[in-house]
Design a protein around this ligand. Structure first.
Ligand code: MN
Length: 286
């Protein structure tokens, strides 16, 4: 089995984090291919330098285990039950769970595992072009377009970064619930956007990184690309600030839908996952 970073994984007892590939593709509504995302990310990661020049260290030395992919056959609800079980097992073993998607719905499985273990004492920080706050979409409440509404239903606080696409009912819900998305168009107008995006958040966070939050010029291979997203260094600066202020209790990188002949998206996704994981494991620039 191919492992993240292309080197043999640590003994499970020495690992501090686990990568959980989840190739779920059930409710994708535009460009397909997200079931191929996890394998493409792991494969691209084998070409990365393992030294991170921003973190000034090798995050892989913290012990990063690559697990076999979760069985996602049989529909979203069955897949979510298996995801929840897989994440719960990692939490029980004291390893940080990091899922590689797959469509955004998979985040719900991790949030269910985390809330059953510790309650809703954390905030979901979500990079995403979309709010994913629909009550239901195309006949299911388990659509990728509803996943952050399901997070709210679990009693969790949700804070968006990079949003630039939403429906009228979603905008009404933002108002009703007093949510504070950091809209993509506000980032370039507010020099203090990082602090604003994290203002008022207390305690631990779960990081959900939908790759379409990035600008399509950085990463185009995603199911529903939207113009005007975050650039690479902006995202790194935000991640550094998040890790500085908050414990990261789990993360996911979702919605890569690889494009044949285009390596940059897969590689960017692998590097983002590696950097976020390094920060979650305590790696910091000197
Ligand atoms: Mn999205």
């Amino acid at each position: 089995m191919l492992t993240f970073g292309g080197i043999p994984g640590p003994h499970p007892e020495k690992a501090r984090a686990s990568l959980i590939p989840v190739p779920l593709e059930e409710t994708v509504c535009y460009r397909s291919g997200t079931s191929l995302g996890p394998a493409a990310i792991v494969m691209a990661s084998c070409q990365m330098e393992l030294y991170d020049e921003v973190l000034m260290t090798q995050p892989i030395d913290q012990g990063i285990l690559t697990l076999p992919a979760v069985d996602v056959r049989g529909g979203s609800e069955k897949a979510l039950a298996r995801i929840e079980e897989a994440v719960a097992k990692e939490l029980e073993a004291g390893r940080l769970p990091a899922m590689i998607g797959g469509e955004h719905t998979i985040t719900l499985g991790a949030l269910r595992a985390l809330t059953s273990k510790r309650g809703a004492d954390f905030t979901v920080l979500v990079l995403d072009a979309h709010l994913d706050l629909r009550e239901s979409y195309e006949g299911t409440e388990l659509s990728h377009a509803c996943v952050m509404k399901r997070a709210l239903d679990l009693g969790l606080d949700v804070r968006h970064l990079g949003a630039r696409s939403c429906s009228a009912p979603e905008a009404a819900l933002v108002k009703e619930k007093g949510l504070k998305p950091m809209w993509a168009h506000m980032i370039r107008k507010n020099p203090d956007w990082i602090n604003t995006s994290l203002s008022g958040i207390q305690g631990p966070v779960y990081l959900s990184l939908d790759l379409d939050g990035l600008d399509p010029s950085c990463l185009a291979a995603t199911g529903t690309p939207e113009p005007g997203g975050l650039y690479w260094h902006e995202l790194t600066d935000w991640l550094l600030a998040v890790a500085e202020k908050h414990e990261i209790i789990g993360l996911d990188v979702v919605e890569l839908a690889p494009l044949a002949g285009q390596a940059v998206s897969d590689f960017t996704a692998a590097r983002l996952l590696y950097r976020a994981l390094g920060l979650a494991l305590g790696c910091r620039p000197l």
